[in-house]
Design a protein around this ligand. Structure first.
Ligand SMILES: CC(C)(COP(=O)(O)OP(=O)(O)OC[C@H]1O[C@@H](n2cnc3c(N)ncnc32)[C@H](O)[C@@H]1OP(=O)(O)O)[C@@H](O)C(=O)NCCC(=O)NCCS
Length: 201
């Protein structure tokens, strides 16, 4: 059970600062309104649609401009653009949202478009924002949901250190088939362990 007091909470960092996070292959940076057009193409990509958005979700370019143009003003979540360092191209996004400062928890989600997939960018981008959440914001828990049949995403999350917590059965009907969803999470001490193992400490 958390022993957080309001005084403790005042000491916690929030998401007002939007960082640039640099890895070997990916550079994560804050969004601007100008990213909307590229993100519109990524969001419409059939694989992204298949594994992320609800069939009823509708996007307009105007709506996306307002959305990406306002990400840097949000103090309770972190939306970062994933760019490919070799080309400088915007290829997707990683997001920490649903922040609960009392439980020190956040939800995570990501989508990488066809120009970025399958080259390690998604794994690195996930690691970078998870590291930021634990090491800079002081999170205790990061959770996510992923369709059971999304084997690539599940592999990425396992590589980063997320642990499966259970299955939400038949959460959605798509193309006549019921889909299950896996719940996964990683805790701060588990992240410490992953980080130390990677650094050989
Ligand atoms: C899931 C996603 C973020 C992964 O990013 P990515 O850059 O493509 O992934 P990476 O290249 O970093 O790593 C993919 C890993 O999955 C493995 N993989 C690929 N296809 C796989 C499959 N069908 N089954 C199991 N593993 C698979 C790769 O071999 C690699 O693992 P390895 O490094 O051990 O070889 C990205 O593909 C994506 O956004 N897809 C569409 C939207 C989506 O699924 N979002 C997540 C919703 S929860």
């Amino acid at each position: 059970m958390s022993n957080n007091t309001f005084a403790d909470l005042a000491d916690l960092a929030d998401f007002a600062h939007k960082p640039v996070l640099t890895g070997e292959r990916a550079l994560l940076r804050p969004f601007t309104e100008a990213d909307a057009i590229t993100m519109a193409g990524i969001i419409e990509d059939p694989e992204v649609v298949r594994y992320t958005f609800e069939p009823s979700d509708e996007f307009t370019l105007e709506g996306l401009r307002a959305w990406y143009g306002s990400r840097s003003d949000q103090t309770d979540r972190l939306d970062l653009a994933v760019t490919d360092r070799t080309t400088g191209l915007l290829v997707g996004e990683v997001v920490l949202h649903d922040w609960n400062p009392y439980a020190r928890s956040c939800s995570f989600r990501t989508l990488i478009g066809p120009q970025g997939r399958g080259r390690g960018l998604g794994t690195e981008a996930t690691r970078l924002i998870v590291a930021y959440g634990f090491e800079r914001i002081g999170l205790h828990r990061i959770q996510l949901e992923v369709y059971s049949h999304n084997h690539r995403a599940r592999r990425v999350y396992e590589k980063v250190g997320f642990v499966e917590e259970g299955t939400r059965r038949q959460v959605q009907l798509r193309d006549g088939a019921w889909l299950d969803e896996k719940m996964m999470s990683i805790l701060s001490h588990e992240w410490d362990h992953v980080r130390r193992a990677k650094e050989g400490v």
